[in-house]
Design a protein around this ligand. Structure first.
Ligand code: NAP
Length: 256
């Protein structure tokens, strides 16, 4: 049993949908004060209403410094400081290198990687003030461990988050703040649903646990990194993928 995070102040970027919504659900169920942040206000308002407990929302583009700084400062003011930052928002358009316009590459890098830097930078003054803090990044198995045609930019951004994590862990230690990353496999979300049933079925068949993960599976891993009990873990990552990266070959998975 982890020490309760009741009353703690939490930000979840990309909390209006998918994995972010799952992370927000887990923290809200703990009694934390949660702000979800993303671009579409109608989606945010709907999610904040449906989520359990005390959830507020903030419209924010995580690739834009002014927007991120305003969101973090306003949230800290509204929630009495900041204890946990879950930098989760991300995008995964699928385009092969040969067809990709360089602006698409830059956009994915901005949403997925630059955003990690911006969110952490904005949170530092609040962690410094509190004398402690927690950051949880949502990376992926795609990039750091696996590849998938069409996701060269996405994979590079997700591997980049882990590169950022190592030095950030060192720099944040002076504020008694840890930073770690969750690396999801295929998690069932609205975003993934858009890739079609055939993709979902093929993916489920390639996972030893024979199913896609749930958004709260990622929320639970984030909760652990945010917990009092994880105070001595920093600069690390955990794969949450139902065993997806383990099989050596199609034959190996067929043997199960
Ligand atoms: P999703 O269902 O498409 O949700 C993405 C969330 O991010 C939405 O709330 C979206 O809201 C927000 N967002 C996107 N661009 C943003 C921006 N520029 N500024 C602010 N918010 C933005 O995606 P998901 O599957 O939950 O993915 C969430 C994270 O998990 C991503 O970092 C992704 O790389 C990672 N991940 C997902 C899977 C998976 O299987 N689903 C696997 C590995 C890793 P708006 O569009 O309204 O801004």
């Amino acid at each position: 049993m982890l020490t309760s995070l009741k009353g703690k102040s939490v930000i979840v970027t990309g909390g209006s949908k998918g994995i972010g919504r799952g992370i927000a659900t887990v923290f809200a169920n703990q009694g934390a004060k949660v702000t979800i942040a993303s671009r579409n206000e109608a989606d945010l308002a709907k999610a904040a209403k449906e989520l359990p407990g005390e959830v507020r929302y903030a419209v924010c583009d995580v690739s834009d410094w002014a927007s991120v700084k305003a969101m973090v400062d306003e949230t800290a003011a509204a929630q009495g400081g900041l204890d946990v930052l879950c930098a989760n928002a991300g995008a995964f358009p699928q385009t092969k290198i040969v067809d990709m316009d360089p602006t698409e590459w830059d956009g994915v890098m901005a949403t997925n990687l630059r955003s990690s830097f911006l969110c952490v930078k904005a949170a530092i003054p609040h962690f410094e003030k509190a004398g402690k803090g927690r950051v949880v990044l949502t990376s992926s198995i795609t990039g750091p461990i696996t590849g998938f045609p069409g996701w060269s930019h996405y994979g590079a951004s997700k591997a980049g988050q882990l590169g950022f994590l190592k030095t950030a862990a060192m720099e944040l230690s002076r504020y008694n703040t840890t930073i770690n990353a969750v690396m999801p496999g295929n998690i069932f979300t609205e975003g993934l649903q858009g890739l079609g049933q055939e993709y979902l079925d093929t993916m489920a068949a390639s996972i030893p646990l024979r199913r896609l993960g749930g958004v709260e599976d990622i929320g639970n891993a984030a909760l652990f990194f945010a917990s009092v009990e994880a105070a001595y873990i920093t600069g690390q990552q955990i794969v949450v993928d139902g065993g997806q990266i383990i099989p050596e070959s199609l034959e190996a998975i067929a043997e199960i």
